[in-house]
Design a protein around this ligand. Structure first.
Ligand code: SF4
Ligand code: SF4
Length: 496
């Protein structure tokens, strides 16, 4: 074995031993002390390239979040997630409870996409585009820095006695937080009920929209509670995606990682001593810990609490530049990348998820393409037998239920597609199906007696708007053959 290889192994073992020694930090959350009490995180204001780019991304997010409810396509919102009425509009397409299968498949595809994305890019989503992180770090936290100052000033303010300054700043902060929460709650609700309904709740008397008004207050209170007090715990304790990280990540996933090979043994920066002792590049300045909004020390390795916000990358890069060392001691890398300088690569696990995702998306696409805008069911009226009409024809009574997923009212007429006969609407008119609504009706199908050669005849009923066929529904017709067979049997038995 070459000397360099031996040295490398020894260094790995040393790092391993060091890490094992320090593993006790995993026994509890970074935000909880030995007595189980919450430790308030005073995250220092980040600054650097990543933070600047993230700020731009957050502006993009805010523009999208606050403008989407106002975008309408063909008279309907681009997105609507009306959970109480089980109606969803995605990219202007309405999905009803009848589309449950498509919706379910969408959710499964989305989950597989998340699994694939996470196994490749770790918590990139959490750090860059998760609404919780963006609202917390890019809105509420910035307002807090503005009113209370950076982390040391906040700490000082919290420890100080209640004086005018403290009362003013705390009141201003909490008023601003509640106002922001109230605005977010309104927009959040508009994704559920639509902006037009929201306008009614705002402009009409509360008594007429008590449910809607209560929802706004509850949502506002929840957002205020989360961003004022609960904060990073939403990511570390509540968010299921965060909890699943340990399963979704592997040693090849891209994460925010500390290069322990380069950084250790860490040593306080003193030029002469650093050169002498051949210390690692980490100068133990704790800047990466001070900026961390979840209060962890990334030098301890991958931790569930890390939301990949990149604040520690910026902080460490600044320190490296200050002491004249190369940046990237903390950077985006995989665990294997740090341990053996492997480049990020496309693993078998990722390939498997990709194939699965392609299959699911293919299935979903075909379902979406073949999905009918008008659909329904025709069934024979329960408990009704056929009726003979004047000896030469027979009728059955049917109930029809039609769903119109389009944005226009459709007067539907019915035609028999595969047999001679007649359809007589019970109410003597075509069935009106309102836009994005349901229509019901009853009708008779009358068939000439001579074509009824079987007890049960399969029929196809075409739905027409004027002369334009919209869709075909299947049903059965019961005829008197069974009746004749019974009569013949009866005659035979009498004869014998
Ligand atoms: S460890 Fe770094 S990336 Fe992870 S949450 Fe803390 S500051 Fe953000
Ligand atoms: S910021 Fe960089 S140099 Fe400072 S303690 Fe963290 S890893 Fe070490």
């Amino acid at each position: 074995m070459k000397t360099s290889a031996i040295m490398e192994t020894v260094s790995e073992i040393q790092t391993e031993i060091k890490t094992q020694k320090d593993e006790s930090f995993r026994d509890r959350l970074a935000t909880v002390d030995e007595k189980g009490k919450r430790k308030w995180i005073y995250a220092q204001k980040p600054a650097g390239k990543f933070y600047t780019v993230r700020s731009y991304v957050s502006w993009g997010f805010f523009i999208i979040f606050f403008s989407l409810p106002f975008i309408y396509v063909n008279g309907r919102p681009l997105f609507l997630f009306n959970i109480p009425e089980a109606t969803f509009i995605i990219f202007g397409k309405v999905f009803w409870p009848q589309d449950f299968f498509i919706f379910g498949l969408m959710m499964i595809s989305f989950i597989v996409l998340i699994v694939l994305f996470t196994s490749a890019f770790g918590r990139l989503f959490c750090g860059w585009v998760c609404p919780q992180t963006i609202f917390m770090e890019m809105l509420f936290r910035k307002v807090e820095y503005l009113i209370e100052g950076d982390a040391p000033a906040q700490k000082l303010l919290n420890k100080s006695a209640w004086n005018k300054n403290k009362i003013f700043r705390k009141t201003a902060k909490h008023l601003a937080f509640f106002l922001l929460s109230f605005i977010i709650a309104n927009f959040f609700l508009s994704y559920i009920i639509g902006v037009e309904e929201l306008k009614k709740i705002i402009s009409e008397p509360i008594t007429e929209h008590f449910g809607g008004f209560t929802s706004i207050i509850i949502f506002s209170a929840v957002f205020y509670g989360v961003y004022s007090f609960f904060r990073e715990q939403a990511c570390t304790v509540i968010c299921p995606y965060g909890r699943l990280q340990s399963v979704l990540l592997d040693r090849n996933s891209m994460i925010v990682a500390y290069d322990y090979k380069r950084g250790e043994p860490r040593e306080k920066f003193r030029k002469a001593i650093t050169a002498e002792k051949n210390a690692g590049d980490c100068i133990d300045c704790f800047q990466c810990v001070k900026v961390c909004p979840t209060g962890i020390d990334i030098r301890n390795g991958t931790q569930m609490e890390c939301v990949g916000c990149t604040a520690c990358i910026d902080a460490c890069n600044r320190m490296m530049e200050a002491v004249g060392k190369p940046t990237g001691l903390i950077r985006y890398a995989s665990e294997n990348g740090i341990a053996s300088s492997e480049k990020l690569h496309y693993t078998n696990r990722m390939k498997f998820y990709t194939v699965l995702l392609i299959v699911l998306v293919g299935l979903l696409t075909s379902l979406l393409l073949t999905r009918k805008d008008v659909d329904g069911t025709v069934i024979r009226a329960a408990g009704m037998l056929y009726q003979e009409r004047g000896g030469d024809s027979v009728s059955n009574l049917y109930n029809i239920k039609i769903i119109n997923k389009t944005i226009k009212n459709i007067p539907l007429t019915l035609r028999l597609e595969n047999t001679p006969g007649q359809i007589i609407e019970a109410e003597g008119r075509s069935i009106a199906v309102p836009r994005e609504g349901q229509g019901r009706g009853s009708f008779f199908i009358v068939l000439p007696g001579k074509i009824i050669t079987e007890r049960k005849i399969k029929l196809r009923v075409g739905l027409y708007e004027g002369d334009k066929k919209i869709t075909t529904l299947k049903t059965n017709f019961l005829g008197p053959v069974y009746h004749r067979e019974a009569e013949e049997k009866e005659k035979d038995s009498k004869h014998h």
